[in-house]
Design a protein around this ligand. Structure first.
Ligand code: NAD
Length: 739
């Protein structure tokens, strides 16, 4: 038998070939062109070798495999675009179709080779690797709480194109299968077994013996769907049960996606059509959908932003070169309130020692109790142990004494949003801090440069802006003050990496990047309300555009009185130049006369009945006083307004160098405030539409709704030159695939 670079093969006395996937120079197994070529050869070699009675495939790494290397997929898309321009659409398409279905065909060859294959899944097994396992005749998985299987492709705009859609739906009941595919769910071993997607869950030591035993016990090398009389668990599509299920499935798809995600739609279509066909034809249907999806702007944009860009940022793309890795051990947190308590938890979870300081020990203890609540919740779900809880809580020292901050490598301030209080705690902290320690503020609105005026060492003063809830939100916005130096940035980035979140680095500005853009979204909701667009329509259309929550709902979460404060501050700053807007009065009345402050006091744009579901405040329409006829409102225009105003504000941030890297604009907008993920983020939204078309849209909206839609100079110049953001400002090492 020939030798392989990425696999080893050992044939035992029973004639069972153990194929171990173990890529040299990589910590994880991933599918590359070479790996796929070698699997192809292994299937041929083991089939041709009479000494082999059956095959067990496993991994030599800690986990099985994370699936495909999406970076190489991005390159494939780049090649496709190039070929299309050189050879024409048809030739390029046929290449893409053949290339993209290669795995599917090899997995099918394995499934029909006549010898039994069993996948011994020793840890997490995702994407193409799980599809390979599904093509095997048996699957055994390790009984490990950390192991997961799944087909998560839909999360980056793709779908499982190597037989996953067809095999899952032939193995499990249709509702669970479809949800797993359309949501890209990760399944624990026990769940995968209950869904019949694996046959056995066994302790690690028994994994290979159990897989071999399946073969020795006479595992049939023919899949159920290749046997006469096979019926999928959900029955036939054209049957009474099918007529009940499929219309409901389509409705559910619409509810989940608002038809914004072509990949989810393609899953539904390929499952629906494929289930009516024998396997070989079904796989062809799936491949056609896959080749189509590969070319959608949504897939290209999502792969670029949610995989490539995010990975770049996580790996430290913005870390200044030449600053040695920081050895973070002890982090101080000032203020043990809502944010400080959350920051303490994620920091201690990362294994760092935490000093949590508040005005008195009771407040500090209360902040620490938050960690107890969160980890106890994890224990209940089986995700943590009592011993881990004890370790975690031992790492957090609550205090009211500044002396305890001595020896901290980094201090993060999260006290009240008050300039004087922040200045006082900065001075008190610096009095005990070591010379090299970095000081960060979690302020959401106060410019870092001005807060650093209270510091004796503004070069070591930086913004580390968390989002709430801290334990759930994956983004951290790092803000460079006017005098912040590289060392502070490097430490901040090392810290964000340690707590396993994604950083973006922005320059100082009112609201920085994320809050500034979110502000425009909320403001657009207010403007629509004042125009007489029904509140329910505002909220629903925002979700149709791809936003996770409506602007009114979001405003209730962040507090309506904060909006009123911002309106007043802007009016004060602009003086006579400020033009009163119809919504200003509305927000003032809500806050000052009616005390409707948002979720925090149970009444805002919504009412929050105790124990009941929130609903739009019935008095809102009367307060507004005008209501347009919903049937006369142009829904597409409302959607455009929501997305365009945010994209435009991002373009302004980019021109002002608040943002300096296009990747951060995109990733920050999706992770920070859920900007329509299918678009790839705010700048990809503009590039995807085309800068010229976007400028035309903004001009049109400006004529109707005011100067806030007026495109900025740099954007207009890009449009005139026929350029895109990614084309004109390519980040280091990025591939231009989505534009
Ligand atoms: P909070 O009121 O819940 O907590 C503030 C804590 O600071 C309180 O426990 C208070 O006792 C403590 N504190 C006040 N003065 C102090 C002093 N002199 N010394 C020590 N402790 C003191 O507020 P929060 O929502 O946690 O906000 C804290 C900071 O985080 C603010 O700057 C805010 O702008 C920012 N922030 C908040 C959010 C959010 O969603 N709430 C998001 C991002 C950033």
């Amino acid at each position: 038998m020939s030798t392989y670079d990425n696999f080893t093969i050992e044939i035992d006395g029973d004639g069972i070939a153990l194929v171990t996937w173990d890529m040299p120079d990589r910590s994880m197994n991933v599918f590359t062109q070479d790996v796929v070529d070698e699997v192809d050869r292994i299937v041929d070699d083991t089939t041709a070798n009479d000494a082999v009675k059956g095959v067990v495939v496993t991994s030599g790494k800690k986990t099985f495999s994370g699936g495909a290397d999406l970076k190489s997929l991005e390159t494939l898309l780049g090649t496709f675009k190039k070929m299309r321009s050189e050879l024409g659409e048809e030739a390029a398409m046929s290449q893409l179709f053949d290339g993209s279905r290669r795995m599917s065909q090899i997995w099918r060859k394995l499934e029909t080779c006549g010898k039994p294959w069993v996948s011994a899944i020793n840890g997490t097994c995702m994407g193409g690797a799980f599809e390979l396992s599904l093509a095997c005749h048996g699957r055994v998985i390790v009984d490990d709480d950390k192991a997961r299987v799944g087909l998560p492709e839909v999360k980056v705009g793709l779908f499982p194109g190597a037989g996953g859609t067809q095999r899952v739906m032939r193995m499990t009941e249709p509702q669970g299968g479809l949800m797993m595919l359309m949501q890209g769910q990760h399944l624990k071993p026990a769940k995968a077994k209950s869904m019949k997607l694996v046959d056995q869950v066994v302790p690690a030591a028994e994994l290979i013996p159990a897989a071999k035993k399946m073969i020795l016990d006479g595992l049939k090398p023919v899949q159920p769907w290749d046997q006469k009389g096979f019926k999928a668990p959900g029955g036939r599509i054209h049957s009474p049960a099918g007529y009940q299920f499929w219309p409901a499935a389509t409705a559910l798809y619409r509810k989940m996606t608002y038809d914004n995600y072509p990949a989810a739609r393609a899953i539904l279509k390929s499952v629906h059509d494929g289930l009516q066909l024998p396997m070989d034809l079904a796989l062809q249907v799936e491949s056609r959908q896959f080749a189509h999806i590969l070319q959608t702007p949504e897939a290209a944009a999502m792969i670029r932003s949610l995989f490539v860009n995010m990975q770049d940022l996580n790996k430290g793309a913005r870390r200044p070169a030449g600053v040695p890795e920081s050895n973070l051990r002890k982090v101080g947190i000032l203020g043990a309130g809502f944010m400080g308590a959350g920051v303490a938890y994620v920091t201690a979870m990362a294994g760092l020692e935490v000093v949590l300081l508040d005005r008195d020990i009771e407040a500090a203890e209360k902040g620490k109790a938050h960690s107890d609540i969160l980890i106890s919740g994890r224990i209940k779900k089986g995700r943590a142990t009592e011993a881990q809880k004890e370790d975690l809580l031992n790492r957090i020292k609550p205090t009211a004494d500044y002396a305890d901050l001595a020896g901290c490598d980094l201090v993060i301030e999260a006290v009240f949003e008050d300039r004087d209080i922040k200045a006082t705690v900065t001075r008190a902290t610096e009095a005990v801090l070591g010379e090299d320690a970095i000081y960060a503020s979690n302020t959401s609105t106060l410019p870092i440069t001005s807060l650093a005026e209270a510091s004796a060492r503004p070069d070591k003063f930086i913004g580390i802006h968390f989002f709430s809830p801290v334990d759930k939100m994956m983004l951290v916005e790092i803000i460079m003050g006017g005098k912040t130096q590289d060392k502070a940035l490097a430490v901040a980035l090392d810290y964000v990496r340690a707590i396993r979140k994604t950083p973006i680095v922005v320059n100082d500005s009112r609201g920085f990047y994320t809050s500034r853009v979110v502000g425009t979204y909320i403001n657009e909701g207010h403007a629509m309300l004042a125009e007489g667009v029904p509140a329910a329509m505002i909220e629903n259309v925002a979700k149709m555009a791809g936003m996770p929550v409506g602007p009114l709902s979001l405003n209730d979460e962040v507090a309506v009185d904060l909006s009123w404060k911002i309106i007043q501050a802007t009016a004060k700053d602009m003086g006579d130049a400020y033009v009163q807007r119809p919504q200003d009065k509305l927000i003032q009345t809500m806050v000052e006369d009616l005390g409707r402050l948002g979720r925090k006091n149970g009444k805002g744009f919504y009412d929050y009945p105790e124990g009941g579901k929130k609903h739009i405040w019935p008095g809102l329409a009367d307060l507004v006083g005008v209501e347009q006829d919903a049937d006369e409102i142009d829904i597409e225009e409302l959607k455009h307004r929501f997305l365009a105003i945010q994209a435009l504000e991002t373009a302004r941030c980019f021109e002002e160098a608040v943002l300096t890297d296009v990747r951060e604009g995109d990733v920050g907008s999706i992770l920070g405030f859920g900007f329509a993920p299918y678009s790839g983020g705010t700048l990809s939204y503009i590039d995807g539409m085309g800068t010229a078309k976007f400028v035309a849209l903004c001009e049109d909206l400006a004529a109707k709704y005011g100067d806030r839609f007026k495109p900025n100079r740099q954007l207009v110049e890009l449009a005139q030159a026929g350029e895109t953001y990614y084309g004109k400002f390519p980040p280091e090492g990025a591939v231009e695939a989505a534009a």
